[in-house]
Write a protein of this length. Structure first.
Length: 206
């Protein structure tokens, strides 16, 4: 019988990112988690750091997952702010748009499940989750600040665990939603516990 902690190694970032944010959590970077020879099960996807989108909850969520023995990597998107082009919330606005690089899609696809940390604007949350899951047949857990339901996602063409649109526009599906996680603030322990519990439901530990 093995007693004690399981050692995990984190390959922190292929290069220093650019933009705002501290230390490791910078745009366009990934930290890959390893546990022995076992590859990472979960990737936590973070918005790009900015004055409004601070990646702080992502670090706490990842630490909570690893404490529970869940092997997790962290991907901070290069263009993770605002809404994707064509989204209803982006019409008439100016500035950057959300988007994914092919390399980011490939990195997400290597995992069993993705945790998508988004913000407090419902239309942005739905549009960005849809963009991430459009090309990757992966299970997704959305963590956000605003109230959100599976029905909101289904109306936008996103497949979910509880219902699917008539004409799905995503290969992946949202299996769980965790709300009331405030961007840029400490993530309450009960929310970290909720995230870990919901992630465990959908990982094939065998």
């Amino acid at each position: 019988m093995k007693i004690g902690r399981e050692t995990q190694f984190v390959d922190c970032r292929e290069a220093m990112g650019i933009g705002l944010g501290g230390g490791l959590a910078q745009r366009g970077t990934i930290s890959v988690g390893y546990c022995g020879k076992r590859p990472s099960d979960v990737v936590v996807i973070s918005m790009s750091p900015s004055t409004r989108h601070v990646t702080k909850p992502v670090c706490e969520i990842t630490a909570g997952l690893r404490r529970e023995g869940i092997n997790a990597s962290v991907l901070v998107l290069n263009a993770g702010s605002s809404a994707p082009p064509g989204a209803s919330a982006s019409k008439g606005g100016y500035g950057s748009h959300f988007g994914l690089k092919i390399e980011e899609i490939d990195r997400i696809a290597k995992h069993k499940l993705c945790i998508i940390h988004l913000g407090n604007v419902k239309h942005h949350v739905v549009a960005k989750a849809k963009a991430i899951l459009r090309y990757v047949p992966i299970k997704g857990v959305i963590v956000c600040q605003c109230p959100l339901t599976f029905e909101d996602l289904v109306k936008a063409g996103v497949k979910t665990r509880v219902a699917s649109p008539e004409n799905p526009e995503t290969l992946g599906e949202v299996v769980e939603i965790v709300t009331d996680v405030v961007r840029g603030q400490n993530c309450p322990p009960e929310k970290i516990d909720e995230i870990c519990e919901k992630v465990k439901r959908h990982i094939n530990w065998g």
